[in-house]
Design a protein around this ligand. Structure first.
Ligand SMILES: [Zn+2]
Length: 281
């Protein structure tokens, strides 16, 4: 069972769970209003978060979604408060409303290539035989960006895109120097081979570098990243993107040059990142 973690008086999160694909859920607690980040992957997930917030006296007022993927939005039907999403996320969620989430239908979509096996497995594990999934639509949508005022804190929600999902948004809290990155830095998983593209990665990284943050929440990392850890992740993506371009997607050449550059053998994460860029080349 995940336990609510306090970062500061104004910032709490519920850690992610890998097996059932539960993302990090965030709470930004202003003097007047509290904003939640992402709705969770099921009623149980959302209620676990809401219950633990209640125990510390926090009653949230608003919820913002980072993107449309199931693990971030299925819990929305459990939430009785206005919710905010990027226009494209809303449209994707609307399309999801007509889908069935029963085993045979999930398996069929995996065979057709419109669903990912990893997600189908996580849905089966999270929900068991109780597949009472209702995709509730967000209350408000925006184009490009919007600011949410919580009293003494502001939340800037901005569309950034990227390979993982073209509707990806980030939420920045300048007063806390916190950036909720969602899944935007992860690869495109809705493809035959998981991949990154050079163009989208460089554009995204350039955008993310404009935020003056000290703490970074990536939805499926176990906990938030420090500035140093975030910078080294961004550095890896940028370096591999540039090397992929330079070596025209030649995996061996990219590996060799990155290894020389780092003056050590590459680790598993680095090798996987290279493979994803080669897949996207
Ligand atoms: Zn996602």
């Amino acid at each position: 069972m995940q336990k609510l973690v306090k970062v500061t008086d104004r910032l709490y999160y519920l850690p992610s769970v890998q097996e059932t694909d539960r993302p990090i859920l965030g709470a930004i607690i202003g003097e007047e209003k509290t904003l939640l980040i992402d709705a969770g992957n099921s009623s149980q997930h959302t209620n676990l978060f809401l219950q633990q917030l209640k125990e510390i006296g926090v009653e949230p007022d608003l919820l913002a979604l980072t993107h449309w993927h199931w693990d971030h939005v299925f819990g929305l039907s459990e939430v009785d408060m206005p919710s905010i999403a990027f226009q494209e996320s809303y449209e994707n969620m609307k399309e999801m409303q007509s889908l069935s989430w029963e085993d045979e239908d999930l398996d069929q979509r995996v065979r057709e290539g419109t669903e990912i096996e990893f997600c189908a497995d996580a849905i089966k594990l999270e929900f068991g035989n109780e597949r009472n999934i209702e995709v509730k639509l967000p209350t408000m949508t925006f184009k490009e960006r919007m600011t949410i005022h919580l009293g003494d804190l502001t939340c800037e929600i901005e569309h950034v895109g990227g390979d993982h999902s073209s509707d990806s948004c980030v939420i920045f809290v300048p007063e806390e120097k916190a950036l909720f990155v969602g899944d935007c830095l992860y690869a495109n998983m809705y493809a035959e081979k998981w991949n990154y593209t050079v163009e989208k990665t460089l554009k995204l990284v350039q955008k993310l570098e404009t935020y003056d943050a000290d703490i970074f929440f990536l939805s499926h990392h176990p906990g938030p990243l420090t500035k140093e850890a975030f910078n080294s992740l961004v550095y890896l993506l940028k370096s591999v993107a540039e090397l992929t371009q330079k070596h025209a997607g030649n995996e061996e050449a990219i590996r060799q040059e990155l290894s020389v550059h780092l003056q050590r053998n590459l680790n598993e994460d680095e090798l996987e990142t290279i493979t994803f860029f080669v897949n996207g080349h």
